[in-house]
Design a protein around this ligand. Structure first.
Ligand code: UDP
Length: 455
């Protein structure tokens, strides 16, 4: 098929909150560089097109049944595997239609989430260049890329007796920091990781929501191991003012009016993202740890956060909320970027999803790290041991440990040092985004790279 070269990008986000937001932010950044944007998205977790009048949206049937969606709520690997299998035909059909539509600008390339690894074969067949967006950090990606070696050398699958063993090939990680996911089908997990890594290697370039000064040494290694163009142009969300438009859940604005009444830097904001789950015992330890800390807290309890059984706050003992006397505010979903930017917030208790980690750094809010699975474990290790801008819960999710960690971070001298270091990291992010900064320059080379891609 012969086509004119164009300035239109076809963008394909993975339908999970932590992937949709950065992909739509990236689309906004590239739109401001003069590209027109066409988004292909699944019916499942569809973004709201009315929030993006500048983009064109095309929905594809993902073929997920109700029972598959239900089963994959507690097994993310199953969801990723199903999406990569079921989207092949509808995605391909949609792309063929877009490519043959003479009324629209010609398409320069596809920008796919790296976890949609099936898109490589489709793009090759249609002779369309394919760039990927990896929405996680570079350091965790290198750990995924090392999986074949880690399996060969016996680090994986993880054995409980080895958790504290250093992974010499990936310092400073220990076995317990490796980005694994609990799943009923470990082979499917290895397949997904292999798809992510191999089809990223086969792409025409990778875009990262990260910045040189944050992940410099990981980027050096990446450039050696992945001889393809690499574009660290983050943090994406700082290119424009915060926006709630990519949120799949309604953000409760009462968080902000409640924060307005609290003292500067006094509040612990606790939120564990859109996927992580807790058991009831952990949930109760968190509740008591927050209550006993004597600090005010804003806590996001997403419906479904407590695995198996409860709808929302039912596991809390009766009278728990009353004992707080207004010192705690519990909501279902927060306007997180606005919360982190609020002067009353003094610490972020997080699962260390990559977006949350970056958002915390950019607002210089020190972290309490409680990673649950996958790249969160690597991110958390970097936050506590490399950048030293947060503390891990050292002896697990226990109320006394929670109280102690909150005190270390919010009251003691240790916390002040952590605050100083996170301010420096935030400053570096600002510099990277300024004219002449590394992320801006990398964005310019991305734009040049796209315009040179030959289909
Ligand atoms: N988020 C939000 N409100 C909340 C909790 C999270 O808007 O109450 C947003 C948060 O700002 C981030 C995203 O959801 O951009 C979560 O992404 P992350 O990579 O941190 O974690 P994931 O949900 O993928 O585990």
């Amino acid at each position: 098929m012969e086509r004119r070269k164009g300035r239109r990008l076809v963008v394909f986000p993975l339908p999970l909150q932590g992937h949709i937001s950065p992909m739509l932010q990236l689309a906004g950044i590239l739109h401001s560089k003069g590209f027109s944007i066409t988004i292909i998205h699944t019916n499942f977790n569809s973004p709201n097109p009315s929030h993006y009048p500048n983009f064109t949206f095309h929905s594809i049937p993902d073929g997920l049944s109700e029972s598959e969606i239900e089963a994959s709520a507690s097994d993310i690997v199953l969801l990723l595997k199903l999406l990569n299998a079921k989207c092949v035909e509808p995605f391909s059909d949609c792309l063929v239609k877009l490519l043959s539509d003479a009324s629209e600008d010609p398409i320069s390339c596809l920008i796919s989430d790296a976890i949609f690894y099936f898109t490589r074969a489709v793009a090759d067949t249609l002779k369309l260049p394919r760039i990927v967006l990896r929405t996680g950090g570079v350091s965790s990606f290198l750990a995924f890329a090392a999986f074949p070696l880690l399996r060969e050398r016996g680090y994986l699958p993880i054995q409980d007796s080895q958790l504290e063993k250093p992974v010499e090939e990936l310092p400073p990680l220990k076995v317990k920091d490796l980005p694994v996911i609990n799943t009923d089908d470990p082979n499917a997990f290895y397949e997904v990781v292999a798809g992510l890594v191999n089809e990223t290697k086969a792409s025409s370039g990778v875009i990262w929501n990260s910045y040189e000064d944050l992940e410099h040494s990981a980027l050096v290694t990446l450039r050696q191991e992945f001889p393809i163009p690499i574009f660290p142009i983050g943090p994406f969300h700082k290119y424009s003012s915060p926006s709630s438009s990519s949120s799949l859940l309604t953000q409760d604005q009462s968080s902000i009016s409640w924060l307005d009444k609290q003292a500067p830097k006094s509040v612990i904001y606790a939120s564990f993202g859109s996927i992580a789950g807790l058991n009831e015992a952990e949930f109760l330890e968190i509740a008591w740890g927050l209550a006993n800390s004597k600090q005010p807290f804003l806590w996001v309890v997403r419906p479904g956060l407590v695995l198996r059984g409860s709808e929302w706050l039912e596991p809390l003992p009766s009278g728990f909320l009353e004992t707080l006397n207004g010192r705690g505010h519990i909501i279902k979903w927060a306007p997180q970027q606005d919360v982190l930017a609020h002067p009353a917030v003094g610490a972020f208790w997080t699962h260390n999803g990559w977006n949350s980690t970056l958002e915390s750094i950019c607002e210089e809010v020190p972290m309490i790290c409680m990673p649950c699975f996958s790249d969160q474990k690597v991110n958390s290790k970097y936050v506590s041991d490399v950048w030293k801008v947060g503390l891990q819960l050292e002896s697990g999710v226990k109320r006394e440990e929670i109280e102690r960690t909150i005190r270390r971070l919010m009251v003691e001298k240790e916390g002040e040092d952590i605050r100083d270091r996170i301010s420096e990291l935030k400053e570096k992010a600002n510099l990277c985004l300024q004219q002449g900064g590394t992320s801006r320059k990398s964005l310019d080379s991305l734009v040049t790279h796209i315009s040179k891609l030959e289909s």
